[in-house]
Design a protein around this ligand. Structure first.
Ligand code: AMP
Ligand code: GLY
Length: 423
């Protein structure tokens, strides 16, 4: 099988790493990839939103399967483009249709969907420019903290947690005035939920689904969950408090009605679904849906899957996922993100990375790296993630941290406390 993975982060390196281990994989291409994905297959320089160029590549290279990593091409309709094209429609593509991708692409859509299918989530109302005063009045009736969400994709920055009604009203006006461009043309005003966050990932063929290992990521830049929000500074899997009881509540109250809802809406959804959840006193609430895997969660979830990933994807393509057995590794996985100094604010790129070959007992996934004149250098805020397996969080983390210590580049920063709050 010739496989094309779309994306360039740690998530895509982890997917490519796992696919490359499959006996079913003949050739693996990653577009555009990074310096790490080059160790698993061939990087190809194509813009992910240039569907025409992707089409030509797939036909020229006899691609049998396309795996979409990030949300952008999904929200832009890559799956529909493939399904509607006479030459591409026989190539299975892992990801939801444009309609399905609205679960991530529009917070208003996803909140309406949850309301319609009675899926537990924070109470909310959505407002646009034509209803500014209604929005201000509504906020005035709420108690702080108040959550404001830009409706559209805002590069992970579109959520504000306001500590007073006045702050929320002022930010609400700024958002409708274009603080996040078109993404905040509509604003969701939401109740603040108190609890512990965790994530559940499923793979679905639109009929049945597999629940992948649970994970929790650490979004704040500083130890002890302090400082600015980032794309994620580390992750652990499994999440110790996600026991069978909580998981069955998630299945009954959230996953099953989500899959049924998608079917009722005639939405073609075949791919990953990431459900960001809040555990509020033992009851799960949906914070957000993402129509892709998480990053860095993929870097702990994928190493805990024993089953051949191409078998699972084949089950999606044939719509008989139910028949594929998902086997998990029982050990705990941790991953720590090595970031560029200054991230998530401004940081420098182009720093030479040393120590990538001394990965005792760890797997190094590349995120923001590139090859330059025979060496590997930094090219993003999140540079590498270091994954280790152990009998428990402490054991795995010690390995991840030891390995992270041995890698060096100017300005390297990482959190040493990933997962320790769960111990
Ligand atoms: P999102 O971009 O939807 O993932 O939101 C970013 C972060 O904001 C989440 O990971 C939560 O930590 C927080 N958040 C979002 N919605 C709520 C909510 N209703 N209550 C409490 N925290 C929230
Ligand atoms: N780690 C959070 C995300 O992938 O959205």
């Amino acid at each position: 099988m010739n496989v094309l993975v779309l994306g360039s982060g740690g998530r895509e390196h982890a997917l490519a790493w796992k696919i490359a281990q499959s006996s079913k994989c003949d050739s693996l291409y990653i577009a555009p990839g990074n310096a790490g994905t080059m160790q698993c297959g061939v990087n190809v320089e194509i813009d992910l939103n240039d569907f025409r160029a992707l089409k030509n590549f797939c036909l020229d290279n006899r691609i049998h399967l396309v795996v979409v990593g990030p949300e952008d091409p999904l929200v832009n309709g890559i799956v529909d483009y493939f399904k509607d094209d006479i030459e591409l429609k026989y190539i299975p593509i892992i990801g939801p249709s444009k309609a399905g991708a609205q679960l991530e692409g529009s917070k208003d859509f996803s909140k309406n969907f949850m309301e319609k299918y009675q899926i537990p989530t924070a109470l909310y109302k959505t407002f646009d420019q034509s209803a500014i005063q209604d929005g201000l009045d509504y906020i005035g009736q709420q108690e702080a903290p108040i959550v404001l969400k830009a409706d559209g994709l805002a590069a992970g920055k579109g959520v504000l947690i306001c500590q007073s009604v006045e702050e929320a009203q002022s930010e609400f006006k700024k958002m409708l005035d274009g603080k996040f461009g078109d993404a905040s043309a509509k604003v969701v005003v939401e109740e603040f939920l108190t609890g512990i966050e965790f994530s559940i990932f499923i793979l679905t063929d639109g009929i049945s689904y597999k629940v992948l290992p649970s994970a929790k990521d650490y979004k704040r830049v500083g130890e002890g969950d302090t400082g600015l929000n980032t794309g994620g500074m580390g992750a652990v899997s499994p999440v110790p408090f996600v026991d069978d009881e909580l998981l069955s509540k998630v299945q009954e109250r959230i996953i099953d009605p989500t899959i049924e809802g998608l079917k009722s809406e005639n939405i073609d959804y075949r791919g990953f679904l990431y459900i960001g959840l809040m555990n509020v006193d033992g009851n799960p609430y949906v914070i957000e849906y993402n129509v892709r895997m998480g990053d860095p969660e993929t870097e702990v979830v994928i190493p805990r899957i024993k089953t051949d990933l191409l078998e699972l994807f084949d089950g999606i393509a044939r719509r008989n996922l139910e028949k594929v057995v998902l086997e998990e590794v029982s050990e705990t996985a941790t991953t720590v993100v090595l970031a560029s100094g200054g991230y998530p604010e401004s940081y420098e790129k182009g720093k030479k990375i040393d120590g990538l070959d001394v990965n005792k007992g760890c797997t190094i996934f590349h995120a923001g790296t590139k090859r330059n004149n025979g060496h590997i250098e930094t090219s993003g805020g999140r540079v590498l993630t270091v994954t280790a397996l152990g009998n428990n969080i402490e054991e795995a983390l010690e390995l991840s941290n030891n390995c992270a210590d041995q890698i060096s580049f100017e300005g390297k920063y990482y959190r040493k406390d990933i997962g320790l709050d769960l111990v």
